[in-house]
Write a protein that binds this ligand. Structure first.
Ligand SMILES: [Zn+2]
Length: 438
């Protein structure tokens, strides 16, 4: 390759203590978490052009397969770690209102189901979401997305499901599309009309509306790439879930299911039978359910914040899933009732300490595994050709944000090759170098 044919570097992230490159897309086993130390990452436009152990001298001498130009920007990453942008593959981030009352009731000992029966729960959020003006919903969600970006999250899945009527569900999906345009975090949209049973319409007629009106419009307008159903006792049965998901599949949508959360209902089997991309929750899944998911190649999206926040010690069966060959992703389930957090790194710590995942498995589950759950083959690792979504952490150890839970180590975030977030500058001591005296 002659020097002119080489891609022009737009950014060089230089001499990081560690670059956790992770893996070829799709691999989610801990063995594929590879770390380059020290490592340099080169970006060309919106893509990763090169990653490896390069010295500044090699780069300057033109020994590497990219070209420096006067426009090339350099970032000194000594003492830092570079990881792929995190991917939160299960959220309900667009909602109106707040459920402080539910929180108080749960702290006083009431169950999630009891609160829902008394008028709290999802239906409370539905009333507030329907009533909120577009700009108010967008402003709140934009603030949440800014918080996510500051934690290193560069791609988010977001569901409808607080509309529970044709026009309200369509509005939610259009607002999510607008939200995607307004800020840097990519949003993958999921239609979750079957999130709860509406109070103002008989279930049968709502299901008919979904099948005959909403799903065809969602597919025709490309309003969502996934369809989801909350398959749970007292919400949607296995038969109802299966009907909705079959229709969605016939219309070309990919499938995901909320399955086996509070009770074992058979939702995981439905996911496996229909070839769903993923099944979420799975706290009550049996060994046979996990085997069916493994056989179907369905990804288990495990949501550790949920049992933590609900004060329930039944954590999702990560080890059982992994030992049976079920690919695992970890997500927040960010929602105003059962998991009011978008802190994905914190969820990874919970996955490690409560579900006995290794830190490497957890990091893979929120990058390569989550990319796989969303069918995104262009991200989730640091490899030439992938989208340049990267996080620079202010620590020389990639495990630090999991180990020191609740703290943020984000120093810079790159989205599509652009620096979109940076911590305010502060003095940094570089190992081995003393600041020069004035
Ligand atoms: Zn959920």
């Amino acid at each position: 390759m002659s020097a002119e044919d080489r891609p022009a570097a737009t950014w060089i992230i230089e001499s990081a203590a560690e670059v956790a490159t992770l893996s070829p897309a799709g691999a989610t086993d801990a063995g594929s978490l590879s770390v380059v130390s020290p490592g340099t990452v080169v970006l060309a436009g919106d893509r990763i052009a090169w990653v490896g152990a390069a010295t500044v001298a090699q780069a300057a001498a033109g020994e590497l397969p990219y070209r420096l130009t006067p426009a090339t920007r350099r970032l000194d990453a000594r003492g830092c770690t570079v990881i792929p942008g995190l991917i939160d593959c299960h959220t309900h981030l667009l909602f109106g209102g707040a459920r402080h009352g539910d929180f108080e009731s749960r702290c006083a000992g009431k169950s999630y189901e009891q609160i829902a029966r008394e008028g709290g729960g999802i239906r409370h959020t539905v009333a507030h979401t329907r009533a909120a003006p577009d700009e108010e919903l967008l402003a709140t969600a934009t603030r949440h997305l800014a918080g996510m970006l500051a934690l290193g999250i560069t791609t988010v899945e977001a569901k409808s499901g607080y509309g529970l009527a044709h026009e309200h569900e369509i509005r939610m999906l259009r607002l999510l599309r607008e939200l995607d345009r307004r800020q840097p975090v990519d949003i993958v949209r999921t239609y979750l009309g079957a999130h709860e049973v509406p109070l103002d319409q008989p279930k049968e007629s709502y299901l008919r509306e979904m099948l005959e009106r909403t799903l065809p419009l969602v597919a025709a307008e490309g309003l969502a790439s996934f369809a989801d159903v909350y398959c749970e006792r007292g919400v949607y049965s296995v038969a109802e879930a299966s009907t909705v998901l079959r229709k969605a599949k016939a219309l070309g949508l990919q499938l995901t299911v909320h399955a086996e959360q509070l009770y074992r209902t058979g939702g995981a089997r439905v996911a496996a039978e229909l070839g769903a991309r993923s099944a979420s929750h799975l706290e009550q899944a049996t060994a046979a359910d996990l085997e069916a998911l493994a056989e179907a190649g369905t990804i288990a999206v495990l949501l550790p914040a949920c049992p933590l926040y609900l004060g329930d010690n039944r954590y999702p069966p990560a080890r059982e899933a992994l030992s049976r060959g079920v690919p695992v992703a970890i997500a927040t389930d960010f929602n105003p009732g059962s998991a009011m957090t978008y802190n994905l790194p914190l969820c990874l710590t919970i996955a490690c300490v409560q579900m006995r995942m290794t830190p490497a498995e957890a990091l893979l589950a929120a990058t390569a595994g989550a990319a796989r759950a969303l069918a995104l083959g262009d991200r989730g690792a640091i490899r030439p050709g992938l989208i340049a979504d990267l996080v620079v952490l202010d620590t020389p150890h990639w495990q630090q944000p999991l180990y020191h839970f609740g703290a943020s180590y984000t120093r810079q975030v790159f989205k599509n090759g652009e620096l979109v977030w940076s911590v305010s500058p502060r003095p940094r001591a570089i190992p081995g170098e003393l600041p020069s005296s004035p």
